[in-house]
Design a protein around this ligand. Structure first.
Ligand SMILES: [Zn+2]
Ligand SMILES: [Zn+2]
Length: 95
C-alpha cells in the first residue's frame, strides 16, 4: 500500500487492519438493516511522513487516498471508486 502523496511507506498497517475490522461491523449491521442507508466512514490511517498530510482509506476499494474536506459537509467521495463516504469520526466537528 503506497502513500497517495509521496508513494512511500507512510501507511500504518496496524491502523489499516484496525479500521477494516471496525468497518466490517458497519457493513454487517447495514446488511441486517435494509432501512439503514448510512455511509461508512473513511478510515484515517495515518499521515504522510514527508508532507504531513492525512491519509484516508476507502472501505470499498481499500485504496488509500488524500484526505480532503468537502466545504464543511460530512460526506466525501472516494476518488478511486466514487463511492460516498463520511469523514472519519475524528475529523467531524463536535458542536
Ligand atoms: Zn508519504
Ligand atoms: Zn474507493
Amino acid at each position: 500500500m503506497k502513500c497517495p502523496y509521496c508513494g512511500g511507506d507512510c501507511i500504518d498497517k496496524d491502523m489499516v487492519n484496525l479500521y477494516l475490522k471496525s468497518v466490517e461491523m458497519f457493513f454487517k449491521f447495514q446488511s441486517d438493516n435494509e432501512l439503514v442507508k448510512k455511509y461508512p466512514p473513511a478510515g484515517e490511517i495515518g499521515e504522510c511522513k514527508k508532507t504531513f498530510n492525512r491519509i484516508y482509506l476507502c472501505p470499498y476499494c481499500k485504496e488509500p487516498f488524500k484526505a480532503y474536506y468537502n466545504n464543511g459537509k460530512a460526506k466525501i467521495v472516494c476518488p478511486n471508486c466514487k463511492k460516498t463516504l463520511l469523514l472519519p469520526i475524528t475529523n467531524r466537528s463536535v458542536c
